[in-house]
Design a protein around this ligand. Structure first.
Ligand code: MLT
Length: 359
């Protein structure tokens, strides 16, 4: 069991990305992606509930929480590139992805474009459609309104929309925390993200290609992405199940964490089994191939050093990527390229020096 370490920073696409991570090895990974205009702390109860059995990671999308804004226009495509860059930086080949609302838009776009990087999806309070012209207009109006008013007012108006009426009256601590998250987001990031949201692409036409286990969760009183939108996706994603979270609006994981976590746990038990069954087999194949290549590389290197020292100087100059401290990601491809280059160098040398065979 590892405790969650908060506010770790990693460089991704020239950006300092802030994330929380329990850094647990040998267990399936879940990455949580927050909604707008919130940040990674909205996943606090999920991180704590699942940290003993999973590697749990939540990160701040660019311009939110403690992650830099950068200096380019935001788009959901950009957020997806950041997500993939983030996984690469942490050397996570495959993960379970759990996104709420904007986090769900990112998840749907990510699985459409990088299906091989995900082994399960949790789509919470989200939808696959684009903004209607009216919704887009409304977002542009809110940019104007934020420009002319205080962020306090924007935060209060957002809270009314995000939470179910009953939660507005009862979930005082959660509302305070959401308000803090909104107030922490800069006006510039809010404009930039509203723009990205209003021009996002639809993902509905790709739902039928999703072929990983998918759980769709939605607050019964979600006014922003209502249960109908969830039902529509559920009917089109093959391996999906759907659960409506009682006593919750758009922020179902915060408004009813007990039921949210319960549904998530039941789903993860089934996914976990599949993930765990697959990964040892896969990693054994990888390890065996890597072992084989490493031993061939060692043999050929020793041959060169012992019998053809005149070639030794080329060992470090191979025009291929090999694992180093700077570039530690070891793939079968770069190992195999390295071996092929050594092999062809030695063969070429032996052809050119036929009277000098020492092996
Ligand atoms: C969110 O929670 O991420 C937003 O409500 C998404 C949206 O405004 O479309």
């Amino acid at each position: 069991m590892r405790n969650v370490r908060n506010n770790i920073t990693i460089s991704v696409n020239n950006l300092d990305v802030s994330y929380n991570d329990n850094e647990q090895d040998g267990v399936p990974v879940i990455i949580f992606i927050h909604g707008f205009p919130l940040n990674k702390s909205m996943w606090y109860t999920q991180m704590s509930a699942f940290k003993d059995d999973f590697r749990v990671i939540s990160y701040d999308i660019r311009g939110h929480g403690n992650t830099d804004e950068g200096n380019v226009d935001f788009s959901i495509d950009l957020f997806v590139r950041d997500l993939i860059g983030f996984m690469d930086a942490l050397k996570i080949d495959k993960t379970i992805l759990c996104g709420l609302s904007m986090g769900g838009y990112i998840s749907l776009n990510a699985i459409e474009n990088f299906p091989e990087r995900f082994n399960a999806l949790i789509l919470s309070d989200t939808s696959c459609v684009v903004d209607t012209p009216e919704a887009r207009e409304k977002r542009l109006r809110s940019i104007d309104s934020i420009k002319g008013n205080s962020m306090e007012r924007y935060a209060d108006e957002s809270i009314e929309k995000l939470f179910a009426p009953e939660s507005v009256a009862t979930k005082i601590a959660e509302i305070e925390s959401v308000k803090d998250m909104i107030l922490k987001t800069s006006k510039q990031s809010i404009y930039n993200t509203l723009h990205a949201l209003s021009y996002r692409k639809e993902t509905c036409s790709k739902l039928m290609h999703i072929n990983v286990p998918t759980l769709i969760l939605v607050g019964k009183e979600d006014k922003i992405t209502p249960p109908d939108a969830a039902q529509w996706m559920h009917e089109r994603i093959k391996e999906s199940s759907m659960k409506i979270i009682e006593k919750a609006g758009h922020l179902s994981n915060l408004e009813n964490p007990v039921e949210f976590n319960d549904q998530l746990r039941k789903f993860l038990v089934t996914v976990n089994r599949k993930v765990l069954v697959q990964s040892p087999k896969k990693s054994m194949v990888f390890e065996n191939k890597a072992k084989d290549l490493n031993s061939k590389i060692l043999n050929i290197t020793m041959t060169i050093k012992d019998h053809y020292p005149e070639l030794s100087k080329y060992l470090d100059e191979m025009p291929v990527t090999i694992p180093t401290e700077k570039n530690p990601k070891m793939t079968l491809k770069n190992l195999s390229q390295y071996y092929e280059s050594l092999n062809s160098m030695l063969n070429k040398y032996l052809l050119e020096h036929p009277h000098n065979p020492k092996v």
